[in-house]
Design a protein around this ligand. Structure first.
Ligand code: PRF
Length: 376
């Protein structure tokens, strides 16, 4: 895998680049739809590629380990073959899901003991184990095993946790060096910066991670309930330190506005459940603002879902029909809304990239963040 920095914006830290993997190229900035258990909820792989035009999707080690399990994934020949998806995949390490999903958990220097949210069974993840499982899944980009601190988090806890995440990172790299990819293509390990909302800890963590010979880096521990100003401030502290020639991935972020602001701070990659989760509740993101399609005002609105939208559902179906489908909890409604939101996120990234290259990113971004925050 390698990354080519194609263009650096003159008026912000925004960059346009190209990430080359054995499963194809990714033009950055990019948004990665979340396919937790090997499916982007409600959307066929065919639509992921052709309607949404995603270049990379995300899977979760925690979920895939619990179901279907590594035995099935290995027998299938890896996740790509199992789900019949030929483009790049990234897996998160479980370092976040064991905290957000599982019942009880106990963190020690060795690793994390946790209880499955599926059947209550107990499991133990270590940095080595997280690498082994990600070898079995076979994603192109795999993540280091970390602790994502909650918000708020006191300084001493954040500091101890960050230091442990760094020691866990060393163990992840050692395990990478002691093992081989299982399916004949490369896997790149991305380390994760932690440090909560403390500038000195974020700087220390970013320096530690900048000194590794990783092919890309991630920023974790944000978008966990802190105000947006803190998200931006910490992102900027970290992107100032992380090497320019490697891609930067901001984990679990965020709203369309968050994405544009963080692109301006030098972030290249994003993932978030928001476009799909909010779609299931009838919330649509558009270039003119946010629509709650369940609202009565759309009951007899027979205009297209989004006349400016890039996916076919945007112009084929009306707002009134989508409202009806969501109100009656039809699975087709969730599907159409999810395709719309994901296509919107991907089109936004594509436009951002074009604007970075032609020099109009900053002005465009400032207009867009205002428009997209409106409620229609
Ligand atoms: N660590 C990991 N995955 C994550 C996060 C993190 O800190 C976040 C933070 N918002 C989302 N996903 N491993």
């Amino acid at each position: 895998m390698h990354f080519e920095l194609k263009h650096q914006d003159k008026n912000s830290q925004a960059r346009a680049g190209k990430l080359v993997t054995d499963h194809g190229e990714i033009e950055t900035p990019i948004f990665m739809p979340v396919g937790t258990v090997g499916s982007v909820k409600g959307i066929h792989q065919h639509e992921i590629e052709n309607e949404i035009n995603a270049q990379i999707i995300l899977g979760n080690t925690y979920h895939l380990f619990l179901r279907p399990g590594t035995e099935v994934l290995e027998a299938a020949g890896g996740l790509h073959k199992f789900i019949d998806y030929k483009r790049p995949i990234l897996t998160d390490s479980g370092g976040y899901q064991v905290y957000s999903m599982s019942g009880s958990r106990k963190i020690t220097e060795e690793g994390v003991k946790f209880q499955s949210h599926v059947d209550g069974s107990y499991h133990f993840f270590t940095p080595e184990r997280a690498i082994d499982i990600q070898r079995s899944i076979g994603a192109d980009i795999i993540m280091a095993f970390d602790e994502c601190t909650p918000y708020p988090c006191d300084y001493q806890y954040a500091k101890r946790s960050m230091k442990m995440t760094h020691r866990w990172l060393d163990r992840c790299f050692t395990q990478m060096n002691n093992t081989q990819p299982k399916y004949g293509y490369d896997q790149a390990l991305f380390p994760i910066v932690q440090g909560s909302v403390y500038t000195d800890l974020r700087q220390e963590s970013a320096k530690y991670i900048a000194d590794t010979d990783s092919l890309g880096n991630a920023i974790g521990g944000l978008s966990v309930g802190e105000p947006a100003e803190e998200l931006y401030a910490m992102t900027e502290v970290v992107t100032d330190i992380l090497p320019k020639e490697k891609p930067r991935y901001l984990m679990g972020v965020g709203t369309p506005m968050n994405l544009l602001e963080c692109i301006a701070l030098g972030v290249d990659m994003f993932d978030c459940v928001m476009p799909t989760r909010n779609a299931r509740h009838g919330m649509l993101f558009t270039s003119e603002g946010i629509i709650n399609i369940k609202n009565k005002k759309w009951e007899k609105d027979f205009t297209p879902i989004d006349p400016n939208g890039t996916s076919s559902v945007d112009t084929v179906y009306t707002k009134a029909y989508l409202r009806h489908l969501i109100k009656t909890k039809e699975s087709l409604g969730l599907q159409i809304a999810s395709i719309h939101n994901l296509a919107f996120y991907l089109a936004l990234m594509k436009e951002a990239r074009k604007r970075i290259i032609d020099g109009s990113f900053k002005e465009w971004k400032n207009v867009m963040v205002k428009k997209m925050a409106q409620r229609l």
